[in-house]
Ligand binder design. Structure first.
Ligand code: NAD
Length: 358
């Protein structure tokens, strides 16, 4: 089988970390016996410099014709004074909209070897932490009607969801739960919000199609509290755009470092977009200091969610665990403990490659 992956390195540390994830994907393809072709395209600041547009049509075309998109990060101080629609971030939002990726999957997982980086008490994470937030990405209050009164005394944003938007998101969340511990918690504010009551009503119907998955409901304020009180109770959390935005940042902090966290944005059909949750970290760009593991783990999500190759994704995840178990750390996850060996970006990528080959 041959697959095509569109790569967008972007700006800052984007090229550094994408280069390592590409090496890892090439290695997985080689040892697993499939062929992978990479098509590199510019986006963000790099594309503005080259073409004047943050999202050239040729980049969009390359992404649409690929099986999946692997993205680094965009942005940087050089382009900060440009108007909003010409900034690097406009390229990213434009790409997500054009690709119809309405579900954002953000796993928050503590690697046992990095437990010391978790800000929670050890007894709270004693049972481990491995949860997945499935956030609706293209609807809700961020896209609803908004305005400011003529006298400037009031402003409003509208939370609006259709049944179809809720159901398609829940379908993705249930399918993800099926490949995990088969537990889904729908998080809303159904005691107050009409839109949340629609979420709950649709969730009850969709749940009937997945009798093998245990469904529960939780109010968002309680969920924010439970994530720090007992995060191990969660498997998959499905929620709206704004609640997911807030809860996923809270959950990511529990795992210790932004340099470790991958994400996947997917839709009904067509290629998904797989990227680390961190930005372009201009302070580290080109210095061989960025942690590439978030992008390498995004490559694992690309394999499982984008190409349906769960076994190959597990190969990458096991390789990352074994590298960490051997005491290899990038600077952002180093604690100074005895036995740690601090690696640069390229050496960390190489270490994962070698672990896969073993
Ligand atoms: P950032 O995530 O780039 O950096 C925040 C901090 O985390 C910095 O100290 C950085 O050095 C560190 N960091 C981030 N990734 C790291 C890694 N892989 N290894 C080690 N340390 C890492 O966020 P920021 O500083 O707020 O934004 C910088 C630029 O990135 C801005 O232009 C912003 O708009 C852009 N940005 C892009 C995306 C994206 O492309 N998806 C997301 C967020 C921010």
């Amino acid at each position: 089988m041959k697959c095509t992956i569109a790569t967008i390195s972007g700006d800052g540390i984007g090229p550094d970390v994408v280069a390592e994830a590409v090496k890892v994907l090439r290695t997985v393809a080689r040892v697993s016996g499939f062929t992978v072709e990479f098509v590199a395209s510019p986006m963000g600041g790099a594309a503005i410099d080259a073409t004047g547009s943050p999202l050239p049509e040729s980049t969009l075309e390359a992404c649409r014709s690929a099986d999946a998109v692997l993205l680094g990060a965009v942005g940087g101080p050089r382009w900060d004074s440009l108007p909003g629609n010409l900034r690097p971030e406009a390229g990213l939002l434009g790409l997500r909209a054009a690709m119809g990726v309405y579900a954002n999957l953000r796993p928050a997982r503590i690697f046992t070897e990095l437990a010391a980086a978790c800000p929670l008490k050890p007894e709270i994470i004693a049972g481990g932490l491995d949860l997945l937030i499935v956030r609706e990405l293209t609807g809700g209050i961020y896209f609803g009607e908004r305005g400011t009164s003529p006298d400037g005394e009031a402003a409003w944003d509208t939370e609006r969801y259709t049944k179809a938007e809720i159901e398609r998101l829940l379908d993705i969340a249930y399918r993800a739960a099926r490949s995990r511990k088969r537990k889904l918690c729908v998080v809303d504010k159904a005691n107050v919000l009409e839109s949340s009551r629609l979420w709950r009503q649709r969730a009850r119907d969709v749940a009937a199609r997945y009798p093998d998955v245990e469904t529960s409901f939780m109010y968002v304020d309680n969920c924010a509290m439970q994530l720090v009180r007992n995060p191990g109770q969660f498997d998959v959390i499905a929620t709206s755009n704004m609640f997911g935005d807030i809860l996923s940042d809270e959950a990511s902090m529990i795992t210790g470092s932004i340099g470790m966290l991958p994400s996947a944005s997917i839709g009904d059909a067509g290629p998904g977009i797989f990227e680390p949750i961190h930005g372009s970290a201009p302070d580290l760009a080109g210095k061989d200091q960025a942690n590439p593991l978030a992008t390498i783990l995004s490559a694992a999500m690309l394999l499982s969610y984008g190409l349906g190759r769960g076994a190959e994704a597990a190969l990458i995840e096991r390789a990352v665990s074994s590298v960490l178990a051997a005491g290899r750390r990038c600077a952002d996850i180093a604690t100074g403990a005895a036995g740690e060996i601090v690696l640069g970006t390229r050496a960390m990528g190489e270490a994962v490659v070698r672990a896969i080959e073993r």
